[in-house]
Design a protein around this ligand. Structure first.
Ligand code: 6GU
Length: 243
């Protein structure tokens, strides 16, 4: 997969060199390029923002640098077009389902909004040439989209074939679809007077599965009742219903 990220703070994306994403890049599974938006400015101050039309607080990112940037990175005569993701607290909520959708794309491009966002005409113009999705990582406000891109790139990368060492962990997740994971334990069997739940040491895989399912349901009911309410009735088994 190819990923391009356009930002006014390229250093903010440095963590993408690390850990499993860094490894995926080294192994050629991920072709990731970070671009400084100021490269497409022409004034001595390399300015990328302006006062909001209509007044109000904050600054809006000017259309000119974004327009020239997209023209260069996505040539009009080019065969391929990226799916453009514009980060914004006003975007579509990022979920595991959207991560799966994005993992199936050959080319993603992220436009990191800063300040009060990007002039809307950039988005509308780009949407005539490529698929554009405005995306948010949650109901809170960040200074800019860079941290959101880190989260999205990580969630998408681990779904790419060959990136995750143990593909079974992906299977486990879909198996548990829509529920939070059960708590996890490792050795020692007793630590500071607290034991690993005996069922996990019983060797009875049926019982372990059932225990994990019950814990997942309880955790979800406590922390995310909204998720539980959204579960399809058909995905609950007889023993789930009694819980
Ligand atoms: Cl994608 N950008 C900004 N600036 N704030 C956010 C966000 C994105 N998602 C949640 N809050």
């Amino acid at each position: 997969m190819r990923i391009d990220v356009v930002t006014v703070f390229p250093e903010y994306l440095a963590p993408l060199d690390l850990s499993l994403i860094g490894r995926a890049r080294e192994r050629g599974l991920l072709d990731l390029n970070v671009h400084d938006l100021r490269r497409w400015t022409h004034d001595v101050h390399h300015s990328v923002d302006g006062a909001p039309a209509g007044g109000g607080a904050g600054m809006v990112m000017k259309p000119q640098p974004w327009g020239e940037c997209l023209d260069e990175l996505v040539p009009e005569d080019g065969e391929a077009r990226p799916r453009l993701l514009v980060t914004s607290p006003a975007g579509r909520p990022f979920t595991q389902a959207l991560a799966r959708e994005l993992a199936a794309e050959p080319w993603l491009m992220f436009a990191c909004g800063r300040y009060e966002g990007i002039d809307q005409r950039v988005v509308d113009h780009a949407a005539e040439r490529m698929e554009v999705t405005e995306v948010s990582i949650g109901d809170y406000v960040l200074f800019g989209g860079e941290v959101a891109v880190l989260a999205i790139v990580e969630a998408v990368s681990r779904l790419l074939p060959g990136v995750l060492g143990n593909a079974a962990s992906l299977d486990d997740e879909s198996h548990n679809a829509g529920l939070l994971e059960a708590p996890a334990y490792t050795r020692p069997a007793e630590w500071r007077g607290r034991e690993v739940p005996p069922v996990l040491l019983s060797g009875d895989h049926g019982k372990v599965d059932r225990w994990r399912r019950d814990q997942a349901l309880l955790r979800t009911a406590r922390a995310r009742p909204d998720l539980l309410a959204r579960l399809e009735a058909g995905s609950l088994d007889q023993r789930d219903r009694r819980l």
